[in-house]
Design a protein around this ligand. Structure first.
Ligand SMILES: CNc1ncnc2c1ncn2[C@@H]1O[C@H](COP(=O)(O)O)[C@@H](O)[C@H]1O
Ligand SMILES: [Zn+2]
Length: 357
């Protein structure tokens, strides 16, 4: 049975800004995918890192390759997207920015166009009981090089103009040890001048300092991870200053970084560093399927690790609204939703509320 503490984190209204679609597939959905493709001989341990386990980042990227084999038709994609959105809704997420990389599959033709449209169609899905505001970021996998990056940007631009506000930005992700961002700058600059918001994975591994300096000149609208920005871990004060001066929010994914071994433990996570500075930090799940987590659990872990009160946790989730890519009117609606829900979330409720006396 769920304890009171867990209920607080689930009921807490939340914003998810860093979720890779194909990394977010839950165990039940993965079971159905595996059953559909028995010839691939995939075991669960090949697509998710279970409790207490860790993997290298390299092994994580190998997992994505297996997951991509399991999700290679419009039907698979539709199921996955629908399930992921529903799971986020049931986890108390009120605003979700989902991201995914366009892909070309041999037997499905120009797959990436179809992929994006399937996703857009699928994320119109709403559970009856919970309304969830959704947006989409088109992802560039850095492994695919500058030409694909440029094509992806063009596609994202088209979708931004034709998706009725659903496509809001661009993500840069993929194995941080492959390629160099210098080659991707023209694509990223083009995206920026077209009005796409930029959420860039940055300083995810220690060797990216030069790339980070370059990417910060764009500048990005949000930073994914930023694990090695600060001087204590080999970054620099100049990088920290640039991020602070630009007031660029950080998307922080505790379990992802611990299980992917880019940080040694929850206690040593850079959340602490940035939170203490009062810098905008948004807790995110990254790949809730691969890392076996969900956003409620991430909030709970941050609170228990860093001693945050429930009041502080509420403030943290509310401040994330300021970092979304949807327009101001959506921010206002979400702020109102938070205010409406506040009396009903135990722990931060006022005592007069009849539900909790
Ligand atoms: C763990 N840290 C990470 N660092 C960098 N990129 C990551 C990532 N986690 C996921 N991705 C990116 O997201 C893709 C899977 O979702 P989509 O197929 O796009 O929906 C991965 O192939 C990788 O490019
Ligand atoms: Zn990520």
């Amino acid at each position: 049975m769920e304890d009171e503490n867990e209920a607080f984190y689930r009921d807490l209204p939340k914003v998810e800004l860093h979720a890779h679609l194909n990394g977010s597939v839950s165990v039940p959905t993965m079971e159905r995918l595996i059953a559909r493709k028995p010839h691939l001989n995939v075991q669960h341990s090949m697509t998710a890192i279970h409790k207490g386990q860790r993997r290298t980042l390299d092994e994580c990227f190998h997992m994505f390759r297996i997951i991509h084999q399991l999700i290679d038709s419009e039907e698979d994609l539709f199921m996955v997207t629908k399930d992921v959105v529903k799971e986020y809704a049931l986890d108390g997420v009120k605003y979700l920015e989902l991201r995914s990389t366009p892909r070309e599959e041999k037997h499905t033709g120009p797959y990436w166009v179809m992929l994006i449209w399937s996703i857009l169609a699928a994320i119109c899905y709403r559970t009856a009981e919970v309304l969830l505001e959704k947006r989409f970021l088109v992802a560039i996998d850095r492994r695919n090089g500058p030409e694909v990056a440029m094509e992806t940007v063009k596609m994202a631009e088209d979708f931004m103009l034709s998706s009725d506000g659903l496509v809001v930005g661009l993500d840069l992700s993929g194995d941080p040890t492959v390629g160099h961002c210098r080659d991707l700058m023209p694509a990223l600059q083009k995206a920026r001048s077209a009005g796409l918001k930029l959420a860039l994975h940055l300083s995810e591994v220690p060797t990216q300092r030069e790339e980070t300096e370059l990417l910060l000149t764009l500048p990005p609208d949000r930073i994914g991870h930023g694990t090695f920005l600060h001087p204590e871990v080999g970054g620099s004060q100049a990088l920290v200053d640039a991020v602070r001066q630009g007031n660029i929010p950080l998307e922080l994914c505790l379990t992802s970084n611990v299980k992917g071994q880019t940080v040694p433990s929850y206690e040593k996570h850079h959340f602490q560093y940035w939170y203490r500075l009062g810098h905008p930090c948004v807790l995110c799940a990254d790949d809730k399927g691969v890392f076996g987590t969900d956003l409620s659990q991430e909030y709970q872990l941050a609170a228990s690790t860093f001693g945050l009160s429930q009041e502080a946790v509420w403030t943290l989730s509310e401040q994330a609204i300021g970092c979304i890519f949807a327009p101001e009117s959506v921010k206002q609606e979400l702020k109102q939703k938070w205010a409406d829900l506040r009396p009903f979330v135990n722990g931060v409720s006022n005592a007069e509320d009849p539900l909790f006396v």
